[in-house]
Design a protein around this ligand. Sequence first.
Ligand code: CMP
Length: 140
Amino acid sequence: MAGNKTFTMLKPDAVENGYTGKILDMIIDAGFKIKAMKLTHLNEEQAKKFYEVHKDRPFYMELVEYMTSGPIVAAILEKENAVEDFRKLIGATDPAEAEEGTIRKYFAASKAKNAVHGSDSDENAEIECKFHFSDNEIVG
Ligand code: CMP
């Protein structure tokens, strides 16, 4: 059964610290299938657009600066109940509040440098997948 899709980014701190393989292992072990994946480096325009929803928040420019500070790994993941299950797997935005066994508990440094992104709804997952991938980069 195909399931639903969600979108993730392994953020610059996670990639820089060499956590890519360990985080992908946790994602695969939790039952997610990788449908698309790329190592890329966001420019300022891309980061501003991706996080446009946060443009009035005090941390917006810090977030844009951080997300453009180094390479990221972007991926589309598929699983039953993908959005909700992935958010459970990554844990709370603030790693101090993240539960044991979550990706952010193990790998996030702070609320800003929180290792990994996960879509917050099916609707946003679709927008975010399309933002980063064209149809021919996604496996069937
Ligand atoms: P994410 O859930 O991927 O998308 C929004 C991001 O904004 C979030 O991860 C954090 O990286 C960042 N963020 C949220 N709250 C704060 C904050 N208070 N200070 C700095 N960055 C934040």
